[in-house]
Design a protein around this ligand. Structure first.
Ligand code: HEC
Length: 134
């Protein structure tokens, strides 16, 4: 008697397994791909950007920070893929270190070479590279 009941339970479990097995599991896993984790350097770059750059360049680099209305010309959209393509990392680092006046742009872009270390400039460039909208 005991063995028979066990048999029924076993058969039931097997049946359940056959019905609700893989397909359901797959469907549940599909919709939420985990967000790409930011590297340590990228997070440092983001912190630097938020601290020193965001007031003018805006949260997304679009040139719409709360101080942007004071600026003429306005900061360009750093997240524009066309802009990103035109500039090398060295160009960006140079503009950041020497400022607008140093590279023939508006003097309203301050030089950061004395404020930020070389590593911080590299990290912030890394962060700028992560901005383009996809
Ligand atoms: C006081 C406002 C202000 C702050 C703060 C500021 N910028 Fe700018 N930035 C500007 C303006 C204005 C321009 C556009 C200059 C022009 O087009 O002549 C600019 C231009 C740039 C450019 C584009 C250079 C190019 O080649 O076109 C980069 C890159 C940049 N800024 C990075 C930064 C980073 C990184 C920081 C923070 C460390 C920062 N900026 C902080 C105002 C600012």
């Amino acid at each position: 008697m005991k063995t028979m009941r066990l048999g029924v339970v076993l058969a039931g479990t097997l049946l359940l397994g056959a019905c609700s097995g893989k397909p359901a599991g797959k469907a549940a896993a599909a919709p939420a791909p985990p967000p790409k984790p930011m590297s340590y350097e990228l997070r440092l770059g983001r912190a630097t950007f938020q601290h020193y750059c965001q007031t003018c360049h805006g949260e997304t680099g679009a040139g719409d920070g709360f101080n942007a209305f004071n600026l003429d010309p306005k900061p360009r959209d750093l997240s524009d893929p066309a802009f990103q393509k035109k500039k090398t990392d060295a160009d960006l680092a140079d503009a950041i270190q020497r400022g607008g006046a140093g590279v023939g742009l508006s003097a309203m872009m301050p030089p950061w070479g004395r404020t930020l270390s070389k590593e911080q400039v590299e990290q912030v460039v890394l962060y700028l590279r992560s901005l383009p909208k996809h």
